[in-house]
Every structure is written in C-alpha cells, then in structure tokens.
Design a protein around this ligand. Structure first.
Ligand SMILES: [Zn+2]
Ligand SMILES: [Zn+2]
Length: 377
C-alpha cells in the first residue's frame, strides 16, 4: 500500500536536530549527505535544565506519551552487563519479517512485514524496518548472538510503509538509557517519509523518541551507485525497479537494493521490492555475484504475474540456478498468498535446487567461516 506522497528532498532537515545540536552541543558535525540527531547519553535519568527547555519547546500530547511509555532503568542494567560480558559472537543472519505489503495473521511462514538482520560482533546490520523489527529489538536480550550489539545500521529500501512501520515498535526507542547507536540509511524519499510519518498528530517525532533512550540517532541518505564504508563492512547500493499503481498512473519510488560485504566474512544481497525486467538482469547478476546469501522479492509465484513493482518465485529460482553458490531466500510473500501456495510455488520452480529456501520468520542461519557458507541452526 503506498504512503501519502512526500516530496523528496536532496538533504534531510530536522527542526528538532538543529535545536538538539544547539542545546546539547554534541559534536562531530553532519557528514555529507546525512542528517544527525545526537543524544547525549549523560542526560539519561533526571532531565537537565536544557533538556527540559527543549522538551518544553516541543511538548504536546505525543511527547507526554513518549515519556509515559519509556521503561525504567533496572532492565537496562541487566542488559548493559550482558553486553559487556560476552566474547566473540558468531555471525548470524535472522529472518524477523518476510511478509510483503501488510501484516497478516495465522501464517507459519510469516506474518510480519519485511525485516532481516546480520549481526557481526557489536555491529547489527538490518535490512528493512517492517513490523518484524519489534521481534528483532526484543531479541537483543534473548539471543546470545545479539548480546554484543552496540550499533544498529538500519538499511531501508524505500518509502512504502511496510518497510519502516516497525521503527516506532522497536524496544530500543523506548527503553531508557540503552545507549545503542542507531543509523537509518536509505534513499532521501524514504527518510523524508519516515520523518513525516512520525510527526504529530500521527505519532512522536523520532528525535523525541530517541531522547533519553538511544545513545545516538543518525539519518544517512544514500543514492544508487554509492559505496559506503560501515564499521566492519562495505555497503553498495543499486537502483531497483519498483512502483505502485497501474499504468499509466504508476508511481515510481526511489528504491535501493543492497550488497553488504563483511570484512573477511560473507556477502549478503538484498533485492526487495523489485520487479525484474530484461533491463535489470545484469544488475541482479552483479549484486548476487559471489554472495553467500541473497534475499529476493518473490511476492508472486510466476513471472507472468509480475506487477506493482514485484517479482516472483519463478524469477528468484532462475537467479538461484545461475548462482549455485548463493543460498537464496524467497521473500516478501504476497499478503494474500497462503503458506501452502508459497511452498508449492517453491517446489514447482525450485524443487531441483538445493540453494533455495522460503524466507520463514524465525529462520536463523549461522556463518560457517571454514565452509564459507551459511547453515541453518
Ligand atoms: Zn514492500
Ligand atoms: Zn514497496
């Protein structure tokens, strides 16, 4: 479902960010193409006078709601201890949400909108922020592989709500003083939509949610063709073919596909939402080349059904056949597709392949460094 139209801006501007910088004096300065909202971790607990002033300047019923729901510090202490007490943690890929378009109910394959993660020590790379993000954020305490996480790099593909609706539900936006550093990375159109989508009266501005909870909140615009160095990883962005509506009233969205390569570790490709064409084949092959894992838009069963900027299990299977060393997950399952239909399509198109899996919520793939592959655990 398309969100309301927001004009894309070449550079994000947050009124709250400018106020925050003036009040808190947190340095660093915005890097090129990004916008920063920095929260001083020392301001956790009792509000300082400047923080009270800032909150007073923006106070409304939504702000009161944010303060009311922030949880207490006792649980933070528990989490803080566990985070610093772990040694080397495995590289693990998780499926948190694999449903496309909207959340569903009663599916054993997936009910939550798109969210996948790759953890690498203190760095957590997240592909899309659909409703599955709430399960991920909750699991920081429950899954040993996630206990060391300090920085979250959230890669948003585009502005459609099913790819960012989980941001407000993540525990780290509510738990006081958790100190986690969150960077939202995505195209300008998506970041503008996320910003406006959280503003009153709809909800609480992101910078207000982050106040007293996150250690840092940064927005970083990314364009297709750009290669970005992240802690322990390199991120490459490509342009995808995605739109809503029916011709001649198609509404194209600024949509990015990602190729994330960990230093000395695996490469993961993420292509959702995307309708393949002859013109996109070379791009798809380039993104998957040498990748050990790929998440592919398979909203429909068959290529003949391609529409609304989405692909199919059949097309994903063609990719898997050309990239036999890549474990491929069919993802973004159409909201009206039953579990049986999803699994039948994979049997029909990829029954002879051993590198195709249905992206199923709860799936956990551990990186085997010696074998250079992901294995289910
Ligand atoms: Zn989608
Ligand atoms: Zn979409």
């Amino acid at each position: 479902m398309p969100p309301r139209a927001i004009s894309p801006s070449s550079r994000m501007r947050w009124p709250g960010a400018r106020a925050g910088a003036a009040v808190f004096g947190i340095g660093g300065g915005p890097c090129r193409g990004s916008s920063h909202v920095s929260i001083d971790p020392s301001n956790h607990g009792t509000l300082s006078s400047p923080e009270r002033d800032l909150r007073a300047a923006t106070v409304d019923s939504s702000l009161l709601m944010a303060q009311w729901y922030h949880t207490d510090e006792k649980r933070l202490v528990t989490r803080g201890l566990s985070r610093h007490s772990v040694g080397v943690t495995p590289i693990v890929f998780h499926v948190w949400g694999s449903r496309g378009g909207r959340n569903t109910y009663g599916s054993r394959v997936g009910n939550s909108t798109s969210c996948y993660s790759l953890v690498y020590g203190e760095e957590l790379f997240v592909f899309d922020a659909g409703h599955g993000l709430s399960a991920l954020a909750k699991s920081l305490d429950d899954d040993q592989a996630l206990h060391a996480v300090k920085r979250i790099h959230l890669l948003v593909t585009h502005a459609h709500m099913d790819h960012w609706e989980g941001i407000k539900d993540a525990e780290w936006m509510w738990r006081r003083g958790n100190g986690l550093e969150l960077t939202l990375i995505g195209p300008a159109e998506a970041l503008a939509t996320i910003k406006h989508g959280h503003e009153p009266p709809a909800f609480v501005p992101l910078e207000v949610l982050a106040m007293g909870t996150l250690g840092k909140l940064v927005l970083h615009e990314l364009r297709a063709g750009v290669k970005l160095a992240l802690p322990g990883a390199t991120l490459e962005a490509v342009a995808l073919h995605h739109y809503s509506g029916i011709a001649p009233n198609r509404r194209y969205l600024e949509t990015l596909g990602y190729r994330l390569s960990l230093a000395g570790g695996p490469t993961v490709a993420y292509l959702s939402d995307h309708e393949p064409t002859d013109a996109t084949a070379a791009m798809e092959d380039a993104v998957l080349a040498g990748a050990q894992l790929a998440v592919i838009d398979a909203n429909y069963a068959d290529i003949a059904q391609h529409a609304f900027g989405h692909g199919s299990v059949e097309h994903a299977s063609h990719l898997a056949r050309r990239h036999r060393g890549t474990r491929l997950l069919t993802a973004h399952h159409g909201p009206t597709s039953s579990d049986d239909a999803i699994e039948e399509a994979v049997r029909r198109h990829a029954g002879d392949l051993d590198n195709v899996l249905v992206a199923t919520e709860g799936t956990r793939l551990v990186w085997d460094a010696a074998g250079r592959r992901f294995t289910p655990s």
